[in-house]
Write a protein that binds this ligand. Sequence first.
Ligand code: CP
Length: 322
Amino acid sequence: MKNFTSVHDVPQIDALVKKALAYKADPFKDKSLGAGKRIGLLFLNPSMRTRLSTQIAAQNLGMEPIVFNVGQEGWALEFEDEAIMSGSTVEHVKDAAPIMGNYFDILAIRTFPSLKNREDDYSELYIKQFIKYAGIPVVSLESATLHPLQSLTDIITINECLKASPLPAGRKPKIVLTWAPHVKPLPQCVANSFSQWVNAWGQADFVITHPEDYELDEQFTKGATITHDQNAALEDADFVYVKNWSTFKDYGKIYTNDPEWMLTNEKLSVTKNAKVMHCLPVRRNVELSDEILDGPNSIVTQEASNRIWAAQAVLSEILSAH
Ligand code: CP
C-alpha cells in the first residue's frame, strides 16, 4: 500500500481486517517494523480519537509520531497552484510538503471540507496536493469527503461482532445507515466513507435512510437500498450506523432537524436487537439518545477503541511496502 486515502487503496479488505484483529490480539508483535522511522500527524482541524489512536498505533510499531496542529500553530497554507498569495495564506503547500517529506517517512493529514463549495471540497485538493508534493506515503486522517480509517474501524467492529455472535448460515447481516438530526451542518465524510466501504466489502444487505433531499453522492452509495422511511429501513437490522450529514445537492445546508429521526429504544424494537454504531463525537439527545448510548445495544466505545488496530494495520502495510 502506497497511500491510504480511500477504500480504493486497499487490495483486500478482509486481509486488512484480519491484520487489524491480529494486532488487537498481540499489539507489539511487529514492534520493530517502524524502528528509526517517523510519522508526521498534521491536523488542520480538531480531533480526539484519530489523533490519539494513530499515535498509539505508530508507537506499537516502533515509529515515532510527531503531531503538528497546523490549523492552530502553523503558517496558514495555500493549496491552489499559481495562487497570488496576497491574502491570508503565508506558505504554499508546494514549499511546505517537500520539507515534511524529508522530515518524515509517512505523512498523515486531517482536513475538513468548507461546506461552501461542493466542487472545491469534492476535488480533495488538500490531500492531493500533499500527495503530489510530499514525495512520501500519505494517510488520510479524514479528508473533505472521506474518513477511511473510521470506515476500516467500522468494518473491523462489524466483523468482530459477527464472529462473537454468528448469524444463521447463509444469512447476510443487514446494515442500516441512518441520518440523525444535528444543530450544525456537518460534512458527508463519514456517511460517504461508510457507504463506500460497506459496498466494497460486499458482505451485507445495506440500506441507507434519510429525510428527503439528503441524498449522498451516488459514487459512494450505489448498490445500497435508499429509503426515506426510517422505520421500514430499521426492520430486521443487525447493525444501525447513526450519523448526521448536511445536504449534498444544495450543498452544506440543514433542511430539517426533525427530532423524530433520533434513534430511540422504541425505534430499535423492530430490529434484530441491532448493535448501534456512531463514529463519535456525538451530541447526546440530539443525534442519539441517552437510552441508546448508555444501553446494551451501543458498541460505540468498542468501535472507537478499534481505531488503534485499524491505524496499526494501515501503517504496517505502508511500512512493509517501503
Ligand atoms: N471519529 C473521529 O474521527 O473522532 P475524532 O474527530 O475525535 O478524531
